[in-house]
Ligand binder design. Structure first.
Ligand SMILES: [Zn+2]
Length: 326
C-alpha cells in the first residue's frame, strides 16, 4: 500500500500544481509561438493592491503556463509581489503590468508555495534585485530529484516558455514562523498555514486593507488541485483563515472573492466531502473505481476542471485515507 501511496504522490507531483495536458508537443510544431497569448491585465483590489488572474486551464505552452494568480502591492519604498507566476515570460509580463502602475523598484517577492506555476518566473524578479521570501519547508523540495525531474518535464511541456535557461531559485529568507514586516509604511502579515496544499504554504494578509492572498489554500471557480496535499491539515488551516477579518481574498487560482467565507467554505467542504466518501470506501476496502462511480458528485461536477482534476483528487484522497487508517 505504501508503494501505491508513493506512486500516487509521484503521479501528483508530475502532474504538478494543476497538471499538464498530455502534450501533443511533438506532433504540433511551434504553435506556441503563434498562438494568442493569454491576456494579462493588472486589476486593482483596493488602492495600491493589484492582482493578475491566470486562466482556468491546465498548464500548456499555448497559455505560457499562466494558470495561477499573482499579486502586487505598491508602497512608497517599492513593490511587494506575491508569487512569481509559471514562466519567466509571464514574470516579464507581470513586471510590465507593474510598470504601468508605478516606477518603484521590486522590493520583495513572497511565495505562497513552491509549485511550478507559482515560481518558474522567479529568476526574473531575482535579476531585478528583489528579495525572495518563502517558507523553509520548501528547501528540501528545491534540491530534490522531484523538483529537478519536474523542471525537465516542464522544459518540454511548456517549451519555449520554460526552457534550459529556466532555473529554480531559492529564497533569500526562509521563514519558519509567522512574520510581520512593514515596507514603505504598509504592513504585511505572513502566516505559515502548511502542511496543507504543500508543506510550505504561506498566506499574506494586509490587515489595514483587509486583503488576504491565500495562495492555493483557496481555489475559486474551479475544482481544487489536491495532489499530495495533507487535506486534514488543509481543512484545519481553512478554519484558521476563516478567522481573519477579510474583505477580499485573492486566491491562488480564479477570480478575486468578496465573499471570503463562501469561497473558503466551498474549498473546505470539497475537501471534507472527499475525505468522507473516500475514507468510507478505504475503510470498507471497497475498490476505488466502484467507490468513485457510486459517489454522488452533483454538488461539484459543474465546476470547471471537474473532469480533469476530480478523479485524481479522489484517488489521492483514497490512498491518503488508507494511509491514515494504518
Ligand atoms: Zn499549488
Amino acid at each position: 500500500m505504501k508503494v501505491l501511496f508513493v506512486r500516487s504522490l509521484c503521479v501528483s507531483l508530475w502532474l504538478g500544481c494543476l497538471g499538464f495536458a498530455i502534450s501533443a508537443h511533438a506532433e504540433k510544431p511551434l504553435p506556441q509561438m503563434t498562438a494568442p497569448k493569454p491576456l494579462m491585465q493588472a486589476k486593482q483590489v483596493v488602492p495600491n493592491v493589484y492582482y493578475v488572474e491566470g486562466v482556468s486551464e491546465m498548464g500548456s505552452s499555448a497559455n505560457q503556463n499562466f494558470i495561477s494568480n499573482a499579486g502586487f502591492v505598491v508602497t512608497p519604498a517599492g513593490v511587494v509581489v506575491i508569487d512569481a507566476l509559471g514562466s519567466p515570460e509571464l514574470a516579464r509580463r507581470l513586471l510590465a503590468e507593474i510598470t504601468k502602475v508605478t516606477n518603484k523598484p521590486i522590493h520583495t517577492v513572497v511565495l505562497t508555495h513552491y509549485h511550478a506555476d507559482h515560481i518558474y518566473g522567479l529568476q526574473v524578479f531575482k535579476d531585478v534585485g528583489a528579495r525572495i521570501v518563502a517558507h523553509g519547508a520548501a528547501r528540501e523540495y528545491l534540491t530534490s530529484d522531484t523538483a529537478r525531474l519536474r523542471l525537465d518535464i516542464s522544459r518540454q511541456e511548456l517549451w519555449p516558455w520554460v526552457d534550459e535557461k529556466t532555473r529554480l531559485v531559492p529564497a533569500d529568507e526562509w521563514l519558519i514562523t509567522s512574520k510581520m514586516f512593514v515596507v514603505g509604511g504598509v504592513r504585511f502579515d505572513i502566516q505559515p498555514v502548511g502542511p496543507s496544499h504543500t508543506a510550505e504554504d504561506l498566506v499574506v494578509y494586509l490587515p489595514k486593507q483587509k486583503v488576504l492572498f491565500a495562495g492555493d489554500l483557496v481555489f475559486r471557480n474551479r475544482i481544487p488541485f489536491v495532489g499530495q496535499a495533507d487535506s486534514r491539515h488543509w481543512i484545519e488551516a481553512m478554519e484558521n483563515l476563516l478567522q481573519f477579518d477579510t474583505r477580499w481574498v485573492v486566491p491562488g487560482h480564479g477570480p478575486i472573492s468578496n465573499d471570503p467565507k463562501g469561497d473558503m467554505t466551498l474549498t473546505r467542504d470539497y475537501l471534507i466531502y472527499l475525505r468522507e466518501v473516500m475514507g468510507r470506501a478505504a475503510r470498507d476496502m471497497e475498490p476505488f473505481e466502484s467507490a468513485y462511480d457510486a459517489t454522488d458528485w452533483s454538488k461539484f461536477d459543474k465546476m470547471p476542471l471537474f473532469k480533469s482534476a476530480n478523479r485524481m483528487n479522489a484517488y489521492n484522497t483514497y490512498l491518503l485515507m488508507e494511509h491514515e487508517a494504518k
